[in-house]
Ligand binder design. Sequence first.
Ligand code: PMT
Length: 411
Amino acid sequence: MRITLGVTGGVAAYKAAELVRRLQQEGHSVQVVMTRAAREFVTPLTFAALSGQKVITDLFADSSGGEANLESAIEHIAVAQRTDLLLVAPATADIIAKFARGVADDFLATLYLACAAPVVIAPAMNVNMWNHAATQENVAVLRARAVKVVDPDQGYLACGMTGPGRLASIEEILAAIHEVTKAQRDLEGETILVSAGPTCEDLDPVRYLTNRSSGKMGYAVAEAAAKRGAKVILVSGPVNLETPAGVERIDVRTAEEMYRSVAGRFGEASIAILAAAVADYRPVERRAEKIKKGDALLAISLEPTVDILAEVAKHKGQKIVVGFAAETDQVAENARKKLASKNADLIVANDVAAEGAGFDRDTNIVTLFSRDGRDLALPKMPKSEVAQRVLDEVVRLRAVLHSPAARLSNV
Ligand code: PMT
């Protein structure tokens, strides 16, 4: 796992060095981010030597502390994207307040806002600062946002006082990380078949019919599912994206090829999430030679392709089958029709005409229509976040549909 460790300015900052070592022993790679105050207690060099990676210290300098440039200005986004877990130890009252209020005036606070990964904080501070209503309120805000807080230990503090405020032990911090990551691996044991991207239907050796799907939505689902512990098989139309880590990818070009691959691997899957934009029609004939230009009108006959989703869902048994619906009008009505006609358990409907939604964007706006009657409209969010919400709904449906009561009543 890629852990980003934020070290903030407290006497306990030196203990983070041991934490780096222990995390590495557990097989994690550790990227250290230090606040300005942390550097008053420990030098970045200590963490660079231990982690084997440059330590990030400033929002507007490159990781080696050099001049600001475009790369360094957006580095917090790049680090956020490659972070599987954000750990802050020790966490001062100051960084807790910044996280709670969304202040983004240094690298770590900005990273927190940009990061979709789970967050664990281990506070350490003077007992009065910890007990202060302001700190307690801020901690409560973070807990409500699912940040895992490893409470400070009781004991004699560096300030000479006694009480809660000492950084929790390394063992307690590691146990909190294990707890969080276990909860994040709620798809362990599942095999998830995902389809993504467009299909291309050839007219002749140089021309084809296709659509504007970039594959981003389906790849985000595949990546999120793999991170949550599933075995993922990704059947992909032609796209310009890297295969997510740990995902088996099968490249296809046409709707027919996609059908064969999806149907061929469907038996292995416990869950299928079909996000590909499959051609509904293909040319009846693929000409062997390039169609010549002429003055007469040219008509191309098209025939329907197999509806992959509807076809595989006929034999779904206990599997959970999720489809997407790309709509431009009457989104809810059309999505509900697709839920029923395609025998799906969940339809993720996007109004592809809406700003910030649909094809070839980094964000999407979707409503989830579930077989048990729940409709969940989500606001605009990154496709990575949409993917997580779709998987959350799959996990919920798994519990509902596989409950003994549901089996009896055949929900
Ligand atoms: O790839 P991106 O650029 O990130 O864009 C994402 C997306 C807009 C492509 C995605 O969010 C999406 O909506 N995918 C489904 C697109 C689509 O084909 O919608 P549809 O309403 O025509 O099809 C409904 C469902 O049937 C889909 O799950 C589709 O995969 C499936 N289908 C459709 C036709 C067909 N011949 N076989 C199918 O299995």
